[in-house]
Structure formats: structure tokens, C-alpha cells
Ligand binder design. Structure first.
Ligand SMILES: N[C@@H](CCC(=O)N[C@@H](CS)C(=O)NCC(=O)O)C(=O)O
Length: 225
């Protein structure tokens, strides 16, 4: 039986799993679930009520990092986790860096008010006060971008010389920022921005971005640099 991924496509954590599934070429179904209006019984699958969750027959798992780790064990090739112990732990760290730092800082202050709030409220444009607060939050997030810029150095990938879960975990939430009309400034963060361009042009990311942009990404046209 095929795996079933549960969760709305626009979640950075659902996207992370979708990209991992695509990179590994794993056959699956995808069911859209809104965590704020979940189907009955959803908490039995995801006790924290969050998306994503994964069903594998009568087994269920929640949390993108847990799900990706499971996928790696079940489908080891192509590997998305480094084999070296330290590199492996660093890959897990980048997942946590985004999950525990960048997304909590930018999701509620940039993506939600600029994209979801107007969409659900039937408005063409976000409130000007929300735009101002988003710009402020974006500036405050510079410290995160500086860190990523330094971690990338001149490498193509964050760790080693092939794509890992770290690259997917970092690039996915920046898709939400792109939908909101924000991207790390090319002049100030050239390595991070080039990295995101490379990641987003992979077939795995390209497919999901092309699906989402007509619905959520109208503000991405505002990105000029
Ligand atoms: N650590 C979790 C984070 C998941 C998460 O925060 N998902 C959000 C959507 S982007 C959610 O379901 N929020 C609903 C809630 O917190 O009740 C993961 O990696 O899956």
C-alpha cells in the first residue's frame, strides 16, 4: 500500500517531506489537511495536531523530521543523510535551526499576515501595518541569514557534496518567504541566495513551487534583486 502524506502543501514542513519523497522517488498519495480544521481523528495520527503526518498502512507518524528519518531507513537510496557521524548530526541541526528558529520568527510575522490572512479574508492586499511589521521581522532575521551564508561558504550544498535533508529543510521555508515577496538580498547574502536558486530549480522543488505560486505566490513578483 502506498504511503499517505497528510498536510496542506503550503506548510514548509509538508513541502520538506514532499521534496524528500520526490528526491527519493517514493510513490505516495498526498491528502491536504488544514491543521486548524483537521478531519475527525487527526489527533490520533498527529497527537500535537500539526502537519505533516504520514500513514504507512496501519502505522502513523507525525513531524517532518521524524517522517524524513523514517523514509531514509525505509528507502535508503538515494541517501539524504550524510554517513559521517558529525555531518549526520549537523544535518539534523539544520532541520532544528529552521524548525526552532527561522520558521517561528518569520512564519507568523511574514508568511501568515502577508499571504494567508488576505487570502482567507478575501482581500487583494495585506494590511499596510502587517507589511511594515513583516519588513521589521525580516530585518531582524538577518542574523539567521548571516549564519547560513557563513555555513555555506563556497560549497554547493550545506554539508558534503550532495543534497541532504539539511538543504531541503533550509530551502523549504524560504519558499514561503518568496510567496510573501521576500528573499535574502542578493548583494548582502550572495551565497545563500544562489543556494536557494539552485535548490528551487531542482525538479523536486520546481514542481511544488509551480503548483503553489498561482495560489499563494502572487507577491513573489515583488522580488526584484
Ligand atoms: N516540528 C514540526 C512542525 C510542524 C508545524 O509547526 N506545522 C504547522 C504548519 S506549518 C502546524 O501544523 N501548525 C498547527 C498548530 O500548531 O496547531 C515538523 O517538523 O513537522
Amino acid at each position: 500500500m502506498a504511503l499517505v502524506l497528510l498536510g496542506g502543501s503550503v506548510s514548509p514542513f509538508v513541502r520538506k517531506v514532499r521534496v524528500a519523497l520526490a528526491e527519493k522517488g517514493i510513490d505516495h498519495e498526498h491528502q491536504q489537511v488544514n491543521p486548524f480544521a483537521p478531519p475527525e481523528g487527526y489527533r490520533e495520527i498527529s497527537p500535537l495536531g500539526k502537519i505533516p503526518a504520514l500513514k504507512d498502512g496501519d502505522r502513523a507518524l507525525a513531524d517532518s523530521s521524524v517522517i524524513c528519518a523514517y523514509l531514509e531507513k525505509k528507502h535508503p537510496q538515494p541517501a539524504l543523510y550524510p554517513s559521517d557521524s558529525y555531518d549526520y548530526a549537523r544535518a539534523l541541526w539544520f532541520e532544528e535551526f529552521m524548525d526552532g528558529g527561522v520558521v517561528p520568527q518569520l512564519g507568523p510575522k511574514v508568511f501568515f499576515p502577508l499571504v494567508l490572512k488576505p487570502l482567507f479574508g478575501g482581500k487583494q492586499e495585506p494590511d499596510p501595518t502587517d507589511v511594515e511589521a513583516a519588513q521589521q521581522a525580516w530585518q531582524e532575521a538577518s542574523r539567521f541569514f548571516e549564519y547560513l551564508e557563513g555555513q555555506l561558504g563556497d560549497r554547493e550544498y550545506l554539508i558534503g557534496n550532495q543534497i541532504t535533508i539539511a538543504d531541503i529543510a533550509v530551502a523549504s521555508p524560504f519558499v514561503n518567504m518568496r510567496h510573501a515577496g521576500f528573499a535574502p538580498e542578493r548583494k548582502r547574502f550572495p551565497k545563500l541566495r544562489a543556494f536557494l536558486d539552485r535548490m528551487w530549480s531542482r525538479p523536486s522543488f520546481k514542481k511544488v513551487i509551480e503548483e503553489e505560486t498561482p495560489i499563494f505566490g502572487k507577491r513573489s513578483a515583488n522580488i526584484t534583486d
